[in-house]
Write a protein of this length. Structure first.
Length: 221
């Protein structure tokens, strides 16, 4: 027929349920073809989804710890970043009555998000700790200068980490943080900034911090 639509179960065999729909005009034929095609599409969605294979999940790469940077850092060391940055100088560190000797210690520097995700790991700052250190007051003049990306979510963490002596044929091992401090970059202003030191372990997510202060111990920026 001129204005007809065939509705069949299979293109390869006849079926008693096959239909022939006759219409009065070509416009009605066009409308019903569109309706039948849409109905067929929605009817087959479940079957298509059951056959579809889920996309493979990306494997997250482990983030390096703040003390695992491979580039040596020196006072006055500068780094280049895309976008706005803030510069800082680590002036000195004061620890009252340290609980252990800290010869060969380093200051690990990292930038974390407020939720605790590591954003940037900077090279460790080697500290010149005197071998005959005063166990009542340890003051270290540092003078290391660097720059960090200026993001509203970013928090600077600084960790005082002891270094174990190297075994024969090996390398010195950086231990876990002994004392630490942090400062959100959004709160920085020009001029000196004194940060309270806390006892280990560091907590990188700001909302989860329950910090134990190391009395009369500070890091000066």
């Amino acid at each position: 027929r001129r204005h007809a639509v065939f509705v069949v179960n299979s293109l390869f065999a006849a079926s008693p349920t096959d239909l022939v729909l006759a219409f009065e005009s070509a416009e009605l034929v066009r409308q019903w073809k569109a309706r039948l095609q849409a109905a067929s599409f929605y009817h087959n969605i479940a079957a298509m989804e059951s056959r579809a294979e889920p996309a493979p999940k990306p494997v997250p790469k482990p983030r390096p710890a703040a003390s695992e940077a491979k580039v040596a850092k020196e006072p006055g060391h500068k780094r280049a970043f895309a976008g706005p940055t803030k510069s800082l100088t680590i002036v000195h560190l004061i620890v009252r009555e340290p609980s252990m000797r800290l010869e060969g210690a380093v200051l690990a520097v990292g930038v974390f998000g407020r939720g605790g995700t590591l954003q940037l790991s900077l090279p460790d700052v080697p500290l010149r700790v005197p071998s005959a250190q005063d166990l009542k007051v340890l003051r270290l003049d540092i003078g290391a200068t660097t720059s960090v990306p200026d993001h509203a979510d970013s928090v600077l963490f600084l960790e005082l980490r002891p270094v174990a002596a190297a075994k024969p044929g090996g390398k010195p091992a950086v231990g876990p943080a002994k004392y630490w401090t942090c400062s959100p970059l959004s709160e920085w202003r020009a001029g000196p900034l004194q940060l309270q030191l806390y006892k280990a372990p560091p907590v990188y997510a700001l909302a989860q911090q329950r910090n134990a202060p190391k009395l009369n111990s500070f890091l000066q920026l």
